[in-house]
Design a protein around this ligand. Structure first.
Ligand SMILES: O=P(O)(O)OC[C@H]1O[C@](O)(COP(=O)(O)O)[C@@H](O)[C@@H]1O
Ligand SMILES: [Mg+2]
Ligand SMILES: [Mg+2]
Length: 332
């Protein structure tokens, strides 16, 4: 049986999509193109001047890496030059970016929120990193410039979300609200093929992913859950695996079962991860893969955003494991 390419898969799915105008597949094509350019740069990172700090900080006060900036510019270029979105929100830009036509307005339907390079702390040491994206339909009138409310929609309004993992192989994992599918890049011909159809979280797992270096500063319930994972009982102790790239830790847990936690702590009072372009897209994928995603008490996708770059405590993965954390948090 012929393996579907990403293009063929999207065209097939778009036929089932209300409002289908071809705009959506063009948008995913732009993402796919930018991903291939970034992938190429990552693969030869040590040979070109793309490692290390760029010398600036982003709106979160983090040192931008050269690859953060390269990935950000590459994705923006691919989207703006094709005039395929009406606005962009990026981790690396303070404000949202309205994409305007000659008339100052914009006829496009979609806005894209993105984390152009996820796992920046791993770039210089050849550990897998990713790109995360979230797609919403605009709420401002077609033809007018986008405004802030377009970017403060809750996660349950996403029409699609995904990530690209630049790992031992390069994959795009995507949901359009109808399950989760993984596509592997054949670097020889530059085509993504449907390699992992119908990805779903195992009900439970034996892997937990959390930066235990912050253990002391975690809420009581999280500390109790970590101790529970380490106790010699039943199928425990669980294995601790933490790559330090959300996309990579999530991808492993999606395939093998497991849980990822980035709770609030004294250093990150609201957690570290950003709601609009990290937690929401990953939560949409999680739920579409029959997993669970919470901030400890609320369903991530139902949280009403207040700020473009707001942070949120984030827990996601195999449903039984996430429920156990909620139980521990509920007890405190
Ligand atoms: O080093 P820490 O504090 O454990 O944080 C690691 C987490 O931060 C992130 O790197 C944040 O993402 P960015 O690299 O896009 O800023 C996640 O990918 C990762 O899970
Ligand atoms: Mg990130
Ligand atoms: Mg990033």
């Amino acid at each position: 049986m012929k393996t579907l390419t990403l293009d063929e898969f999207i065209i097939e799915r778009e036929k089932q999509f209300p409002y289908s105008t071809g705009e959506f597949s063009q948008l995913l094509n732009s993402i796919k193109l930018a991903a291939k350019i970034v992938n190429h740069e990552i693969n030869r990172a040590g040979l070109v001047d793309i490692l290390g700090k760029a010398g600036d900080t982003n709106v979160q006060g983090e040192d931008q890496k050269k690859l953060d900036v390269f990935a950000n510019e590459t994705f923006k270029q691919a989207l703006v030059s094709r005039d395929i979105v009406c606005g962009i929100l990026s981790e690396e830009d303070e404000d949202f970016i309205p994409v305007t036509g000659l008339d100052g307005g914009n006829k496009n339907n979609y806005i894209l929120s993105m984390d152009p390079l996820d796992g920046s702390s791993n770039i210089d040491v050849s550990v897998s990193v990713g790109t995360i994206f979230s797609i919403h339909r605009r709420i401002s009138p077609i033809g007018s410039p986008v405004n802030k409310t377009d970017f403060l929609q809750p996660g349950n309004q996403q029409v699609a979300a995904g990530y690209i993992i630049y790992g031992t192989s390069t994959m795009m994992v995507l949901t359009m609200g109808n399950g989760v599918n993984g596509f592997t890049l054949n670097p020889a011909i530059g085509t993504f093929y449907l390699s992992n159809p119908g990805m779903t979280f195992p009900e439970t797992g034996t892997t937990y992913s959390v930066n235990e270096g912050y253990y002391r500063d975690f809420p009581r319930g999280i500390k109790d859950y970590i101790k529970y994972c380490q106790r010699e009982e039943g199928d425990r102790p669980y294995t601790s695996r933490y790559i330090g790239s959300l996309v990579s830790d999530f991808h492993r847990n999606l395939i093998q079962g497991g849980i990822y936690l980035y709770p609030e702590s004294t250093k990150y009072k609201q957690g570290k991860l950003r709601l609009q372009y990290e937690a929401n897209p990953i939560a949409f994928l999680t739920e579409q893969a029959k997993g669970k995603a919470t901030d400890g008490s609320r369903r991530i996708l139902d949280i009403q955003p207040d700020e473009l770059h707001q942070r949120i405590p984030f827990i996601c993965g195999s449903p039984r494991m996430v429920e156990k954390v909620e139980e521990f948090l509920g007890r405190t």
